[in-house]
Design a protein around this ligand. Structure first.
Ligand SMILES: [Zn+2]
Length: 440
C-alpha cells in the first residue's frame, strides 16, 4: 500500500493556469503524486493528516538557476583587490573559487544549499557546477548531496574553454556520463550547461547542442549577463550574443538563457520565435551591478521567465520581492509588473523553462507532490483568496515555511529537515568550507 497524506483546512493556492484558489481546502498525496484536491471536506482517510488551518498551501517554488557551490563563500573574507566590474568579479572571486573546489566541497555545498532552499520553500533547482580541477564524477557528488535532504534537481557541469579546449570537452563528457542519478529515485536529472558565449568556441557550443538533442535534455547558458559577453561577440563575430546563439542552433524550446541583461528587442524577438526561456536572477544582477534584464519585454512576448538565485540568496521569497521591485524602479512604473506575474515566474513558468510544466510547478491531480505549507500566523491583515497572492509576494518569507514535501515525502517538518538533521548539514558544510577557505 502506498502511503497517503492529507493536508487539510488550508488556503490552497494551486498556481494552475487558471489561478485556482481553494479556501479551507484539502490536498491528498498518494505515493509521490497529488491524488486530488479541492474545497471543503475530503472523502476517505489517509495514513497521515496535516492540519493546515491558518496556513497557505502552495506549489514548491522553482529555482530556475543556481550555483550551489556559491554557499561556501558565505562570510569568507577574500584577500583580493575589490572588483570594479563584472569581468573582474569573475576573475577575482568566482574563477579562483571554482579552481579550488574538489568533490568533497561539491557534495558539502550541494547538501547545505539544498537544505537552505528546502527550508525556504523551494523544492526544485537547476544547478550548473563549475570547477576545472573537479570534473570527472562531480555530478554524482552534487546529486548525492542534494538527494540526502530530499531535494529535486536538474544538474549540469558548466562547460568552459577559458583554461583550455581540452577542459571544455571534459566538461561535456561529464554531462554525457552522468545522464541522471540512478539511485536518487528520479530526483536528480541531467541538463547541458555552457558557461557563456565569451568563454567557448563555436565548435564546443555545436557539440553541446548536438549532445543535448541526442539525450533530449534542456540546455542552459549564461547570456549577456555582463557587457563583457556582448562586446566579445560583437568584436569577434559582429553579432550580438543571442544572434550568435541562434546561428549556432542553441535556441529552441528546451533552451534556458540565464540573465539576458544586455539584450535588445531584436534578440528578445529571436528568443520568443524559438520558444526559448529565460532564467531571471534579479538579486544577483543587483549584487554584481550588471544592470536590469528587460523582463517586461520578455513577458509581453510570451517568453517563459523563471526566477533564479544564481548562487546567492537561496530564499525564493526574497528573490520574488526583488523581481517585483527592480522592474518598477527601472521603468519608473509601478504598474509594469505585479504579484501574479512574479508568482507565476516562481512556479509554473519556472517549471516550463525546463519542460517540467506537466510534472511540477502547480498543485493539480496527477502532478508530483512537491508542496510547501506556509504558516499564516504572522500575517497582519486578512488572509483571503483575494489577498493571498499579494501576501505571498509582500508578506511571507522563508521563515514562514512550516512543512515541505518533495515527491510525496515530507522533507521539512515544523521548519526542520527530516532526512538529515540541520546540525549535521551545517557540520559537514562548515568543515568543507574551512578547508576551502584555507586553500583560497
Ligand atoms: Zn549563473
Amino acid at each position: 500500500m502506498p502511503e497517503s497524506t492529507l493536508i487539510q483546512g488550508g488556503l490552497i493556492v494551486t498556481g494552475d493556469s487558471k489561478g485556482t484558489i481553494y479556501p479551507g481546502g484539502y490536498l491528498r498525496i498518494e505515493d509521490n503524486q497529488i491524488a486530488d484536491l479541492g474545497k471543503g471536506k475530503p472523502k476517505g482517510k489517509a495514513d497521515k493528516v496535516i492540519d493546515a488551518k491558518g496556513c497557505v498551501v502552495i506549489p514548491g517554488l522553482i529555482t530556475a538557476h543556481t550555483h550551489l557551490y556559491g554557499i561556501l563563500l558565505r562570510g569568507a573574507s577574500l584577500n583580493i583587490e575589490p572588483p570594479t566590474d563584472f569581468a573582474q568579479i569573475l576573475q577575482r572571486v568566482w574563477w579562483p573559487l571554482d579552481e579550488t573546489m574538489n568533490l568533497e566541497d561539491a557534495h558539502a555545498s550541494a547538501l547545505s544549499a539544498s537544505a537552505d532552499m528546502l527550508r525556504n520553500g523551494s523544492t526544485f533547482f537547476a544547478d550548473t557546477y563549475s570547477g576545472p580541477n573537479s570534473i570527472e564524477g562531480v555530478l554524482d557528488s552534487v546529486a548525492d548531496g542534494s538527494n540526502r535532504v530530499g531535494m529535486r534537481s536538474m544538474l549540469a557541469f558548466e562547460m568552459t574553454e577559458r583554461d583550455s579546449v581540452e577542459i571544455g570537452h571534459r566538461g561535456l563528457e561529464e554531462n554525457v556520463r552522468f545522464s541522471g542519478c540512478a539511485k536518487c529515485g528520479g530526483l536528480a536529472s541531467l541538463m547541458m550547461s555552457i558557461h557563456a558565449s565569451f568563454t567557448v568556441t563555436d565548435e564546443l557550443i555545436q557539440k553541446a547542442v548536438e549532445e543535448a538533442q541526442r539525450l533530449d535534455v534542456p540546455i542552459t547558458i549564461h547570456t549577456s549577463e555582463g557587457l563583457v559577453d556582448l562586446y566579445h561577440n560583437l568584436e569577434r563575430y559582429g553579432e550580438r550574443t543571442v544572434e550568435r546563439l541562434a546561428r549556432l542552433g542553441v535556441l529552441g524550446p528546451k533552451t534556458v538563457l540565464a540573465h539576458c541583461v544586455h539584450v535588445n528587442s531584436k534578440e528578445l524577438d529571436l528568443i520568443a520565435e524559438h520558444k526559448s526561456s529565460v532564467a531571471h536572477n534579479p538579486m544577483s544582477n543587483m549584487l554584481n551591478a550588471v544592470g536590469t534584464a528587460p523582463v517586461p519585454g520578455m513577458l509581453e512576448r510570451g517568453i517563459p521567465v523563471g526566477l533564479g538565485n544564481d548562487g546567492w540568496i537561496y530564499d525564493p521569497f526574497e528573490n520574488m520581492r526583488c523581481a517585483l521591485t527592480v522592474h518598477r524602479l527601472e521603468n519608473r512604473d509601478p504598474s509594469i509588473i505585479g504579484p501574479d506575474d512574479i508568482f507565476k515566474m516562481a512556479t509554473l513558468d519556472g517549471a516550463r523553462c525546463y519542460g517540467l510544466e506537466d510534472q511540477i510547478g502547480s498543485l493539480e491531480p496527477g502532478k508530483l507532490a512537491d508542496i510547501a505549507v506556509l504558516d499564516g500566523t504572522r500575517v497582519p491583515t486578512p488572509l483571503t483568496p483575494d489577498s493571498v497572492i499579494g501576501h505571498l509576494i509582500n508578506t511571507f518569507g522563508g521563515r514562514d515555511v512550516a512543512h515541505v514535501f518533495v515527491n510525496g515525502v515530507q522533507v521539512v517538518k515544523d521548519r526542520e529537515l527530516t532526512l538529515v538533521s540541520d546540525e549535521e548539514v551545517s557540520k559537514i558544510s562548515r568543515k568543507a568550507s574551512e578547508k576551502l577557505w584555507s586553500r583560497l
